[in-house]
Design a protein around this ligand. Structure first.
Ligand code: UTP
Length: 320
């Protein structure tokens, strides 16, 4: 897909938290951030950086943790590799290696302790200053064909305050997310938040709307985060700070909070099963790998239907 030029926007800064422990993905994430796990042919976080740059956000701050090295190296020049590829005349691979360094100005700050998403966002205060900013979770991918961030920026320009992205989720999964109580606005895809609950207990969810990993925040959120005590899981939750902004409405600095109802394609690569589905989907549609992969996948599924390996062996099959 050839990228169109980024739109001119009132928001230029984005924060990408990537300092979580990634416990759902252990042991793969023991020595490597989950944001660096490959999704087809590049690490998950590269898609997120491409999305931010595509929406006109040119100044990115990545919140890193104890395994920050691979993240920084990926977006930096790799001189030895570039020289070797230049010597070989391998233009295609050289381009792919250089691509990640040219996307945006990327800065890093370290979150000493992974004390929660709210705490990770607070680590960005000095860099962000007094401007509205976007937050993109580093393991949450939005398909570039469904430009969510651009719509969120429009909504902030129209309503002010802060904006979250909401997705309708089935009741069995809502306890995994922050969940929003909402009321309608004059725009079909925009709602006003009246309440927010982090990971509601079964039966306690105020709606089916889950908060997904894109936010457009007013800088007033930093002051709220400063005094937000640890919440669910003993972590400082961004949801708790946003709840305060939502309760205050237009009267509170940083409020009101609106939600964009997203119906596009989202891939949560921090969850093992969803990670596998993401890779299959994106490989299936890939310009270069797609045709061969589709052929193999179809043959594989047909063969499995005929003679299921997993059922026969009593466990997952291993390719020879
Ligand atoms: P998650 O809750 O998905 O990340 O946070 P996690 O804690 O690493 O996940 P599990 O449950 O242990 O597998 C959402 C995003 O916020 C970042 C994560 O890196 C992820 O991108 N995060 C979370 C931080 O940067 N710091 C934190 O303290 C917590």
């Amino acid at each position: 897909m050839s990228p169109s030029p980024p739109p001119a926007t009132t928001v230029t800064k984005a924060v990408i938290p990537a300092a979580g422990l990634g416990t759902r993905f252990l042991p793969a994430t023991k020595a490597m951030p989950k944001e660096m796990l490959p999704v087809v042919d590049r690490p998950a976080i590269q898609y997120v950086v491409e999305e931010a740059a595509g929406a006109g956000l040119s100044d990115l701050l990545v919140i890193t943790g104890r395994n920050k090295r691979p993240l920084e190296d990926h977006f930096d020049h790799a001189w030895e590799l570039e020289e070797a590829l230049t010597r070989k005349g391998d233009e295609g691979r050289l381009r792919s290696v250089r691509e990640s360094t040219a996307l945006a100005a990327i800065h890093y700050v370290r979150q000493g302790t992974p004390a929660g998403l709210g705490h990770a966002v607070l680590c960005a205060q000095q860099h962000v200053g007094d401007e509205p900013f976007a937050v993109l979770l580093g393991d949450d991918l939005i398909d570039p064909r469904d430009p969510l961030l651009t719509r969120m920026i429009e909504v902030r320009e129209r309503f002010g305050g802060s904006v979250v992205a909401l997705m309708e989720t089935d009741p069995a999964s809502i306890h995994l997310y922050g969940c929003a109580a909402v009321e309608p606005t004059a725009q079909d895809d925009v709602v006003r938040l009246t309440d927010l609950v982090e990971k509601p207990a079964p039966g306690q969810a105020p709606s089916a709307y889950a908060v997904i990993g894109r936010y457009l925040l007013d800088p007033a959120v930093f002051e709220v985060l400063r005094r937000t005590p640890p919440g669910h899981g003993g972590e400082i939750q961004l949801t708790d700070a946003l709840r305060e902004l939502a309760h205050g409405g237009a009267a509170s600095p940083g409020g009101p909070v609106h939600g964009v109802l997203f119906t596009g394609r989202r891939y949560d690569t921090g969850d093992r099963a969803e990670y596998l589905r993401t890779i299959v989907r994106l490989a299936y549609e890939h310009d270069d790998l797609g045709p061969g992969f589709r052929e193999w996948l179809t043959a594989f599924v047909d063969a499995e239907r005929e003679a299921p390996t997993a059922a026969a062996d009593g466990g997952p099959g291993v390719a020879a």
